[in-house]
Ligand binder design. Structure first.
Ligand code: GLU
Length: 427
C-alpha cells in the first residue's frame, strides 16, 4: 500500500526512514482494525514548510545557503510537538518520518500533542558557536509563523541543545514583542526550562528496564550494557544504568568506542565529553569501532545515536536479550524481523524515548502557568507516565501475541484515529 502512496504523487516524502515508518504503519493498520479513510490521512503529514536561507560564516566574506524544514504530521490532537535536528543529511522525508513517529509517541504516553519535527541540513561539528547562533536565529525567523505556544512547540534533538532552544526562544520573543518561554521546550532553567529535562530521555528509558528485565526473568544488577551513541540520550541512559548497578561495558560516539569488560566509569566519561565534546582521547578500556560494538557480548543494548543503526546485516550478531531504543528509528524493519525471531525483547523508540517529550510537556505546562514544579514532582510524574504506558503496551502485546513495537503502534495509532473520528471532517 505504501508503494501506491509514494507512486501517487507523494514522492516528496521519499526517504529510507519514511519508507520504514510506512512499513510499520501499514502492518499495524490491519491489526488495529483502522478505518481506511483515517489510515489514508495518517500516512502523510498535514503540513510541511521548506526554507532556504543564508548565513554568514565567521570569515565575514563567506555566505552559505542552507535548507531547513518543519513538518507537522497531525493537527487534531492539540498543538504539534517535536525536536529540531541539525545534521549533514537532514531532508524533508526524514523529518516527515520523525514527525509521524512523534505523533505515535505523544499518543502512547497520552500527551495532548500531534507530532512535528524540524531540522537544518548542516553538520553541527563543522560550525562554530557564533555560526550556530546565526543559523538558529535566522531559521527561527524563517519558520516564525509556523510555530508558537499554541501551534507548534520545538525542542532539542540531534545536534541541538538547551542553548539552541534559548536562541530560538529569544528570537521568537524579540519578534512578538514579549517573552514567550512556552514556544520551545528543553530551555535552560533560567529561561523557564524544566529541571530534569536534560536527563529525561535517558532516565525515562532506563525506568523501563526493571519491568523489561522482570518480564524476561533477567536480573538488572550486574547486567552488561552496551550504549551506541554518547550524546544527550546515550550519556544519561548510560548513567542511569550505571546508577542501577549495571556494568556499562561499552560506549561510543562518532569518534569511535571504548570497551571494558569490568565496566566503564560513566560519570568520568561524561565529564570528559563535557570538556572536549567527544570520547576521543578518553583513556579507559580498549578502543572498539562502532561496527564491532553491535556484536559485543552483552545483556542490554541501547542504540542512542542515529536512525537505521541496527540493520538486517548486524542484527544477527546481537547477543543482547533486551534492546532499549533511545534513538528515533534505530532499527530497520529487516532487523526487527530478525530480532523478533531471535526473541529479543525490544522496547521501541516511540515508547522507550518518550520521557524526553513527556518532560517537555511538563515544561510547556509550567511555562503557560508560570508555576514551577520541584524535581521530585517531575521525576515522580515521569516515572508514573512511563510505567503506565509500558504496562498498557505490554498487556496489548501479551493479549494479542504481538511484539512491543506493534503493540505500542496499535495503542498510539488507535488513540489518534479515535480522536480524528470524533472530530469529523470539515466542512
Ligand atoms: N527530540 C525529542 C524526541 O524525539 C524530544 C521532543 C520534544 O521534547 O518535543 O522525542
Amino acid at each position: 500500500m505504501h508503494e501506491d502512496i509514494l507512486a501517487d504523487g507523494l514522492r516528496e516524502w521519499e526517504s529510507p526512514l519514511y519508507r520504514e515508518s510506512l512499513k510499520q504503519f501499514d502492518r499495524v493498520v490491519d491489526v488495529a482494525g483502522l478505518d481506511d479513510n483515517i489510515a489514508e490521512r495518517l500516512r502523510v503529514p498535514q503540513r510541511a514548510l521548506i526554507v532556504s536561507f543564508p548565513f554568514r560564516h565567521d570569515d565575514y566574506s563567506e555566505v552559505q545557503s542552507v535548507y531547513g524544514y518543519r513538518v507537522q504530521h497531525v493537527l487534531s490532537m492539540g498543538p504539534t510537538k517535536g525536536g529540531i535536528r541539525y545534521a549533514a543529511d537532514v531532508n524533508l522525508g526524514e523529518v516527515a518520518a520523525l514527525a509521524m513517529l512523534m505523533t505515535w509517541k505523544c499518543a502512547i504516553v497520552g500527551l495532548p500533542f500531534g507530532g512535528a519535527k524540524g531540522g537544518v541540513r548542516i553538520d553541527p561539528l563543522t560550525i562554530s558557536r557564533p555560526e550556530k547562533q546565526r543559523i538558529t536565529r535566522r531559521f527561527t525567523s524563517e519558520i516564525i509563523n509556523f510555530i508558537g505556544p499554541n501551534k507548534d512547540i520545538p525542542a532539542p534533538d540531534m545536534g541541538t541543545d538547551g542553548q539552541t532552544m534559548a536562541w530560538m526562544m529569544d528570537t521568537y520573543s524579540q519578534q512578538v514583542g514579549h517573552s514567550e518561554p512556552a514556544v520551545v521546550t528543553g530551555k535552560p532553567p533560567e529561561l523557564g526550562g524544566s529541571v530534569a529535562r536534560i536527563e529525561a530521555t535517558g532516565r525515562g528509558l532506563l525506568s523501563l528496564l526493571p519491568g523489561s528485565a522482570a518480564h524476561i526473568g533477567m536480573p538488572v544488577e550486574g547486567a552488561r550494557v552496551v550504549v551506541h551513541g554518547f550524546g544527550n540520550v546515550g550519556q544519561y541512559a548510560a548513567l542511569a544504568a550505571f546508577e542501577m548497578g549495571c556494568k556499562v561495558v561499552a560506549i561510543s560516539d562518532v569518534s569511535g568506542g571504548i570497551y571494558d569488560q569490568a565496566g566503564l566509569d560513566i560519570p568520568a566519561a561524561m565529564q570528559w565529553v563535557a570538556r572536549t565534546r567527544s570520547l576521543e582521547g578518553f583513556e579507559a578500556g580498549e578502543p572498539i569501532t562502532n561496527a564491532d560494538l553491535f556484536g559485543l557480548d552483552c545483556d542490554i543494548l541501547i542504540p542512542a545515536a542515529i536512525g537505521g543503526a541496527i540493520t538486517a546485516e548486524n542484527a544477527g550478531d546481537i547477543t543482547a536479550r533486551i534492546i532499549l531504543e533511545g534513538a528515533n528509528g534505530p532499527t530497520t524493519s529487516g532487523a526487527d524481523d530478525i530480532l523478533r525471531d531471535k526473541g529479543v525483547f525490544v522496547v521501541p523508540d516511540i515508547l522507550g524515548n518518550a520521557g524526553g517529550v513527556t518532560v517537555s510537556y511538563f515544561e510547556w505546562v509550567q511555562d503557560l502557568q508560570n508555576y514551577f514544579w520541584s524535581e521530585t514532582e517531575i521525576v515522580g510524574r515521569l516515572r508514573e507516565i512511563m510505567s503506565r504506558a509500558f504496562n498498557e503496551v505490554l498487556s496489548i502485546s501479551i493479549d494479542r501475541g504481538i511484539d512491543l513495537r506493534t503493540a505500542a503502534l496499535v495503542k498510539g495509532i488507535r488513540r489518534v484515529a479515535d480522536a480524528k473520528l470524533a472530530r469529523g471532517v470539515f466542512p
